[in-house]
Write a protein that binds this ligand. Structure first.
Ligand SMILES: Nc1ncnc2c1ncn2[C@@H]1O[C@H](COP(=O)(O)OP(=O)(O)OP(=O)(O)O)[C@@H](O)[C@H]1O
Ligand SMILES: [Mg+2]
Length: 453
């Protein structure tokens, strides 16, 4: 029996390091056969700050995925993000001789011309991603080879990383006994994992909200056309809560996940938390107030995303048709509503799709990066593999903008926040499904809070 190709993604984040092992079938379909996630160590905002600790965590994550899959990992596609990554879009031109078809060599020449921009010598190119081609002024051409014309133009999105941080990352991976198959921009990987078929013909903003960074990718008809990394993420929301509520970071994180909301109007109006601080004093805070602490940081992040796109491409609501939020921090209640308000566009939460195998383990938005690395590895051309959009999986069109009436919104929030009643379930109600996480959370939280329903 022949072995199918194995592609491994190593998503080195600020809060977690995830290894995803994918097996590619004969028809190009991908089955996830291994996953390993460990808390991140030695990383800060996308850069290695402690080689030894980062190497150790990478090793643990890969070993965990190896144990699940029974596969020995030799090489990996590694995610890259952070302030040290720079991206520009450059224009390339190639003249075509009269009466000749455009050849691959002409296309390569146009791309090469676009690459010939003066770059800081300290930068190492990670991606050269051609957009659509223009032949004699005719725009929107996906493949120019074989066409007739005298002037071939192409916009190329060039992503480069500073040599030092890339070397550090490569060293950690190598020290963990692995070969770097390639570096992949986090925003590109997240887009490959989450974009739906209908979005391949639109301009869509993918926002991966992680712990330490928010990675932005603007995909024009399936091509990454603009990217940026904002050095703020969900951990800053937690830090704000910890500081204002005078709680340890871990408790603030629990409170955020369990009771937090991005929009005060979506917080449970009947929920009040009683907080006991480290020195023994107690104070009460309503879920509404809690959300008022959370919202400004998220508004700041969305504002920075907006400014970034406005400056590079023009007003976001004019250049894009939708926003896809992904990454762990996009799980916060009310975040799509806040984003919808800020961007004035349809917003959805993007989860990895188009894969088989251990889908239950990698189906959350926090796994978009890891799964996207595997999907990148298939074609390595920065495009969503065709196999992902199987005919039997019709595309889900992006939701139409639906400003939610306040009354409906709060009743929905109440239903969701009803999970809090896990502590004291009403006898008439079936006990909510207890996952491992909420089980742990309640035990931890109970020492600090009393919930009033
Ligand atoms: N259910 C949840 N509700 C709210 N926030 C959540 C939830 N689950 C995870 N988060 C937040 O998501 C963030 C981590 O996201 P993710 O796992 O995508 O980060 P990362 O990939 O490690 O970091 P980065 O991409 O910034 O390097 C944390 O700030 C965490 O608080
Ligand atoms: Mg991430």
């Amino acid at each position: 029996m022949k072995d199918n190709p194995i592609i491994v993604g190593l998503d080195i984040g600020t809060t977690k390091i995830t290894t995803v092992i994918g097996e590619v079938g004969d028809d190009g379909s991908v089955d996830i056969i291994g996953e390993g996630t460990v808390p991140s160590e030695g990383m800060k905002r996308g850069a290695v700050v402690n080689l030894e600790r980062a190497t150790g965590a990478i090793r643990q994550s890969v070993q965990a995925a190896e144990r699940v899959s029974g596969v020995r990992v030799a090489s990996v596609f590694v995610s890259v993000a952070g302030n040290h990554v720079k991206a520009i879009t450059s224009h390339g031109l190639a003249a075509i001789r009269r009466h000749q078809e455009i050849s691959q060599a002409d296309v390569d020449r146009a791309i090469e011309n676009a690459r010939a921009v003066p770059l800081d010598p300290n930068l190492e190119i990670i991606h050269t991603l051609p957009q659509e081609y223009v032949v004699d002024g005719q725009e929107g051409i996906k493949s120019a080879v074989g066409m007739h014309g005298v002037r071939l133009e192409v916009d190329v999105h060039i992503v480069a990383g500073t040599a030092g941080p890339l070397l550090n990352l490569r060293r950690c991976v190598q020290e963990a006994g692995l070969k770097v198959e390639g570096f992949v921009l986090q925003a590109l990987a997240s887009g490959l994992a989450t974009l739906e078929a209908a979005e391949q013909s639109q301009t869509v903003v993918v926002i991966d909200m992680g712990g330490g960074t928010t990675d932005v990718g603007v995909f024009k008809r399936g091509n990454l056309a603009h990217s940026a990394c904002i050095p703020i993420g969900g951990d800053h929301v937690t830090a704000d809560l910890a500081q204002i509520l005078k709680l340890p970071h871990e408790e603030a994180e629990n409170v955020k996940r369990r009771y937090g909301a991005a929009v005060p109007e979506l917080a449970d109006p009947d929920l009040t938390l009683e907080i006991t601080t480290a020195n023994g004093s107690t104070h009460a805070i309503s879920a509404f107030e809690l959300s008022r602490i959370i919202k400004p940081r998220l508004t700041e992040i969305f504002g920075m995303v907006r400014d970034e796109i406005d400056q590079a491409l023009g007003p976001v609501e004019l250049v894009a048709q939708g926003v896809v939020l992904t990454g762990g921090a996009s799980s916060l209640r009310g975040i799509p509503e806040l984003a919808r308000d800020r961007f004035r566009l349809p917003v959805r939460v993007g989860r990895p799709r188009g894969i088989g195998g251990l889908t239950d383990i990698v189906s959350g938005p926090a796994h978009a990066g890891g799964v996207g690395l595997v999907l990148y590895g298939i074609g390595q051309d920065g495009k969503v593999p065709v196999s992902v959009f199987r005919p039997e999986e019709p595309a889900t069109p992006p939701p139409a903008p639906q400003p939610q009436p306040a009354a409906k919104a709060s009743s929905e929030a109440k239903k969701e926040a009803g999970a809090v009643t896990v502590a004291t379930p009403a006898p008439s109600q079936p006990a909510p499904k207890k996952d491992k996480e909420s089980g742990n959370l309640l035990t931890k939280v109970r020492g600090f809070f009393k919930d009033w329903m």
